[in-house]
Design a protein around this ligand. Structure first.
Ligand code: NAP
Length: 249
């Protein structure tokens, strides 16, 4: 265990599985008190609580739909009342609803924009107020390599992830004077149930385009979060950190 985030309070959205879970785990292992805000209750919460106890810290689970303004306002109030303050906000929850634009349903466009982008606006608005008052904080938005370079069949997803980059830079300019930093991470292909479903041929084609030749791990993203969350990055704001094996340079 390291003490990089000892006593820091970290709020992550979508922390019950995938990259969000790796972030919650890494934060706990580095001494943070974790608040996991997800759509449903984490079925693995007992194990996470045990991990937290073993590391001398705590984890709390909250539920809300991060695209729903009323729910976000209410749950953030509840979390802030409990925590007193939040030092690190990771806007990680996200979905895909892929399809070529010609056939894309408006609902699939709206869902992706609302859950991936509007959520970061709502969460950051509620939590950054408290960060500005305490004159410190780090907000980390989970974008994607395809938000930088585009991807056929993902106009909604790419627009939401590119939108997060604009939000990150604008907010970094708005609240930097209060010592609140705002950065984005743009993961490339990360091994996950989603990438596991691809055929070996498709996986190999993707890997051929990646200079490091392999998919990343959720832990690679959690390590980047650890850097942006901690004082190791105290002079870093408004940046996009690509974690993609060189897929985009
Ligand atoms: P994941 O395994 O699908 O996990 C997403 C998490 O977000 C789940 O816990 C999910 O809850 C939660 N969530 C979804 N909609 C929500 C809502 N409306 N309100 C609250 N929580 C909600 O995704 P992942 O692969 O770990 O990806 C995490 C983030 O990284 C996403 O923003 C994704 O776009 C980004 N990313 C991933 C990759 C990759 O290769 N995996 C690459 C680039 C970027 P439920 O389980 O209840 O649905």
């Amino acid at each position: 265990m390291s003490e990089l985030l000892k006593g820091k309070k970290l709020l992550v959205t979508g922390g019950s599985r995938g990259i969000g879970k790796a972030i919650a785990t890494k934060a706990i292992e580095n001494g943070a008190i974790v608040y996991n805000l997800d759509l449903g209750v984490d079925p693995d919460m007992e194990n996470m609580k045990k991990l937290a106890a073993d590391n001398g810290t705590e984890i709390y689970g909250y539920t809300a739909d991060v695209s729903n303004e009323e729910q976000v306002v209410s749950v953030c109030k509840e979390i802030l009342e409990h925590a007193g303050s939040i030092d690190i906000l990771v806007n990680n929850a996200g979905i895909t609803r892929d399809g070529l634009m010609m056939r894309m349903k408006t609902q699939d466009w709206d869902d992706v924009i609302n859950i991936n982008l509007k959520s970061a606006f709502l969460m950051s608005r509620e939590i950054s107020r408290a960060m500005m008052k305490q004159r410190s904080g780090s907000i980390i938005n989970m974008s994607s390599v395809v938000g930088v370079q585009g991807n056929a069949g993902q106009t909604n997803y790419c627009a939401s992830k590119a939108g997060l980059l604009g939000l990150t830079k604008a907010l970094a300019k708005e609240i930097g004077s209060r010592s609140v930093r705002v950065n984005a991470i743009a993961p490339g292909f990360i091994s996950s149930p989603m990438t596991d479903k691809l055929s070996e041929e498709v996986q190999n084609n993707y890997k051929a385009a990646i200079p490091l030749g392999v998919f990343g791990e959720a832990d690679d993203i959690a390590n980047a979060v650890l850097f942006l969350a901690s004082d190791m990055s105290k002079y870093v704001t408004g940046q996009v950190l690509g974690i993609n094996g060189g897929l985009n340079m």
